[in-house]
Design a binder for this molecule. Structure first.
Ligand code: SF4
Ligand code: SF4
Ligand code: SF4
Length: 428
């Protein structure tokens, strides 16, 4: 069995681009379409059976609690249902008995038909559907190459998923088309029975460093999130799951980061392109970030490369203002993508910083109350003997010179501890 180097994160997941950047849509703000320039050898990019088998077999030979595959693009459904059938067959072939396998599929949903939906349902794929709100908002940027909007086709795909009881979440790209329409978008999803939401900020620049017309500003982002939060907390706290909110609560309750943007390093997953090339992150698929190719290199080689370490370490090289920010433990300086967008160094303050601060200042006290109620409910659900034991558990303490919990590899005092000011130890 190929073991992953213990000096690296013990677990890792795969984000796979089986059709590379190929897509049947041509959304104005797509950040991945131009990645096809890395692979000019062919116009149509499709993962071969040999690359697929090598990727699955080698990954499933590593030790993981969960073998986690995210299928993305471009548009992964261009591969057709036969490809996904091969995927699940190979996972069965190479999975040890009892192995837990998780498959996620991020799609524009326009190509989903009954056969595909039935397969996604049978194997419990976690599906993410890109939809930006009602037609007049969605069609502004999510279009076919001939300019037709894609909203009607997305709804047809969603109907198919519903017919086959496939649970899915909505991925909403928050751009200039919907940044001022938070409640309209939120209620549109709710009215369509969509209870899992993910909101992603659209921040893109031209070659001269100017924000592109669909990009949003930091303050707008803060306002958008606050409006969504206010609507959610009043009406839907127990009914609707919003990924960012879940991640904040998950951190408060269990002290675990569930989104890579929260953590102190960018060594969270590997991206595998159609031909087996491996990169460290979806947003940094570039010639100089390539880590290797799974047909030639094993996971230890790509994960142990100095290029991967150096990329991962950039996350904790945040701005000095972050080191004394009250929200560092939630934000960790924000995603690198919002810091090095114009070729800046990683210690540039995030483009969205002002928005994040507004959101956290407005909502952290409410999140803290919810987290407390979750902890209380959890404790009350224990049998009384266990509850007494739980009460007497010592709080975990982090020493000033201990490694920081965020995974940056730095001492706590030089990492998230710096924001705690003079306190030399904190309870967690
Ligand atoms: S559907 Fe997704 S991959 Fe396709 S063009 Fe739009 S944003 Fe890009
Ligand atoms: S750059 Fe952003 S998206 Fe990529 S791994 Fe780091 S935090 Fe995650
Ligand atoms: S909110 Fe701003 S200052 Fe605070 S950690 Fe995030 S990016 Fe840094």
């Amino acid at each position: 069995m190929e073991e992953f180097d213990n000096n690296l994160p013990g677990t890792f997941s795969l984000l796979v681009k089986p059709a590379s950047a190929d897509c049947n849509l041509c959304c104005d703000y797509c950040f991945y379409l131009d990645r096809s320039s890395l692979y000019p050898e062919t116009k149509v990019h499709r993962m071969s059976d040999s690359v697929l088998e090598r990727m699955i077999s080698s990954y499933m030979a590593t030790r993981q609690h969960t073998y986690s595959f995210g299928w993305q693009g471009g548009e992964p459904t261009l591969m057709g249902v036969e490809f996904l059938k091969k995927v699940t067959e190979l996972q069965k072939k190479y999975g040890r008995q009892g192995a837990i396998v998780s498959n996620g599929l991020q799609t524009n949903a326009t190509l989903i038909d009954d056969e595909l939906a039935a397969h996604l349902s049978k194997y419990r794929f976690l599906v993410g559907v890109s939809i930006d709100g009602p037609a007049e908002i969605h069609n502004r940027y999510r279009q076919y190459a001939d300019g037709r909007g894609s909203h009607a086709a997305v709804l047809r795909g969603i109907e198919c998923l519903n017919r086959h009881n496939v649970e899915f979440n909505a991925l909403v790209l928050v751009s200039s088309a919907n940044i001022k329409k938070a409640i309209i978008v939120y209620n549109y999803l709710r009215n369509h029975g969509i209870n899992y939401h993910q909101y992603i900020p659209c921040v893109e620049f031209d070659n001269f460093g100017q924000p592109l017309p669909y990009s949003i500003a930091a303050k707008e982002w803060g306002d958008f999130l606050c409006e969504i939060f206010d609507e959610w907390i009043i009406k839907d706290r127990h009914k609707v799951s919003i990924r960012l909110f879940d991640a904040i609560l998950g951190y408060m309750v269990d002290r675990r980061y569930s989104m890579c943007t929260q953590g102190g390093n960018c060594r969270q997953y590997f991206l595998v392109e159609y031909n087996g090339d491996v990169y460290p992150c979806d947003f940094f698929v570039e010639r100089h970030t390539k880590l290797g190719n799974i047909m030639k290199n094993n996971w230890k080689e790509v994960g142990g490369s100095s290029r991967y370490r150096s990329f991962g370490n950039k996350k904790a090289d945040w701005n000095s203002l972050c080191s004394c920010c009250d929200y560092l433990e939630f934000c960790s300086g924000d995603c690198l993508r919002h810091r090095v967008y114009r070729g800046e160094t990683p210690n540039t303050l995030s483009w969205l910083c002002e928005g994040w601060k507004k959101f956290y200042a407005h909502n952290i006290p409410s999140f803290q109350k919810i987290a407390l109620s979750i902890l209380n409910e959890r404790q009350l659900s224990l049998p009384s003997a266990q509850r007494k034991f739980y009460d007497t558990l010592p709080r975990i303490r982090i020493g000033w010179n201990d490694p920081c919990y965020c995974g940056s590899g730095r001492k706590y005092r030089l990492c998230h501890g710096a924001a705690k000011g003079k306190n030399k130890q904190v309870s967690r």
